[in-house]
Design a protein around this ligand. Structure first.
Ligand SMILES: [Mg+2]
Length: 389
């Protein structure tokens, strides 16, 4: 047991502006909208200890914050190095919830451990990669002059390929027309040629399973690398995806919308997915996501890490059975859509043009997560939060 003890935890809610962004048909998906303005909300967690070393992480959302409130008291006084104990205690305590609050605190504890040992998180995980291959992951389709046609997606895919991206993923329209969605699959493949890995993620917008079969057959013909969360089961029906896999050949990527190690393993064991989705924010932090990656490895499968960020980079640097870093959400008209690069004081960014000519991003090498947060920006835009001590 280390001599470190958590003395205080602060969680700060803050907002940030998003330009040229609107919402699509029912107010949930962010889409390109010239002149549109939206306000994003995020959470900054800071863990203080008796020896002065701190851990920091920016991520999560209001449900994560609400769930963290339920076990924050347990954290104060704990040894922050004992992440496995925290994982197991909190998993049991929060068993009737989805445990979204664990991600933010676990990642802050990994940052703290890295600073305590003066090592980057990816090294503590046994990582070896120094740069990560990226795919371009688009925004949802719009009707506003951005990604508003199969041709617009095809043009953007070609532009991304020319920048160095080896993969391109379509997020289609919320108010979709299945024929337009299928036309986009073929238009993008025709435009980029046979080598580029192509994926499509309808983000559970497709209304029926039968429409999904039609889309899946188009993916087969266009040699797509994967089909992700296609229809409105919300990505959680093991039976539905098993049936789909009997008919289409394209690998299926599921489990972005189920939470936890055991749930992921049950989904894998039932044969309902080919590729396993994991997200350190959603799946109980780097601790939980690493367990899922190893569980997938034991089944001989790959994990694909959801969304970009410093925690994702550290994690991916230490996983063998994974293919791509998801650079999201990209639009031909707005390079930094939907995320807040302003929270970084050291030039760290996730954006369309952040890749090198080979389509890679680097893994930060500083201690902890290897990023420096801009606390002036966070506190200037603070809208709420709570302190636990
Ligand atoms: Mg997805």
């Amino acid at each position: 047991m280390s001599k470190l003890r958590i003395t205080k935890i602060e969680v700060h809610e803050f907002t940030f502006p998003m330009e040229d962004v609107g919402k699509d048909y029912n107010g949930f998906n962010l889409v390109y909208e010239p002149g549109g303005k939206q306000t994003g909300t995020s959470y900054a967690t800071k863990v203080f200890t008796n020896e002065g070393v701190t851990g920091e992480y920016i991520g999560g959302d209001s449900p994560s914050f609400a769930e963290f409130n339920m076990f924050a008291g347990y954290m104060v006084g704990k040894d922050p190095i004992q992440r496995e104990l925290v994982y197991n205690d909190v998993k049991r305590a929060m068993r009737k919830f989805d445990k979204m609050g664990m991600g933010q605190i676990d990642i802050a504890l990994w940052d703290l451990a890295g600073k305590y040992y003066d090592a980057p998180v990816f090294e503590l995980l046994g990582g070896w990669r120094t740069s990560l291959p990226c795919y371009a992951s688009t925004m949802h389709g719009d009707r506003n002059g951005g990604l508003d046609s199969p041709e617009a997606y095809a043009d953007f895919a070609v532009a991304c390929k020319e920048m160095g991206y080896k993969g391109f993923k379509i997020h289609g329209w919320g108010d979709y027309d299945i024929n337009q969605e299928i036309a986009t699959v073929f238009a993008v493949r025709d435009a980029v040629g046979p080598e580029m890995d192509l994926m499509i993620d309808p983000a559970c917008e497709i209304n029926t399973w039968l429409e999904t079969v039609k889309l899946g057959k188009a993916c087969d013909e266009a040699q797509f690398a994967w089909l992700e969360d296609p229809y409105k089961d919300t990505g959680i029906s093991q039976h539905g995806h098993n049936q789909l896999k009997k008919i289409i050949k394209t690998p299926i990527l599921q489990t972005e919308h189920i939470r936890g190690l055991e749930q992921h393993v049950d989904f894998i064991a039932s044969g309902a997915t080919d590729l396993v989705r994991v997200d350190p924010d959603y799946d109980s932090g780097i601790t939980g996501a690493f367990k899922i990656a190893h569980a997938a490895e034991g089944f001989g499968l790959d994990v694909e890490i959801h969304s970009p960020g410093p925690a994702q980079r550290a994690l991916m640097a230490a996983i063998r059975n994974t293919n791509y870093y998801e650079m999201a959400l990209l639009s031909p008209k707005t390079p930094e859509i939907g995320r807040c690069n302003a929270v970084y004081a050291d030039g760290y960014r996730d954006a369309t043009d952040e890749i090198d000519s080979n389509g890679h991003v680097p893994v930060p090498t500083g201690s902890g997560l290897g990023v420096t947060y801009d606390w002036d920006f966070i506190m200037k835009n603070r809208t709420g939060g709570r302190e636990y001590s």
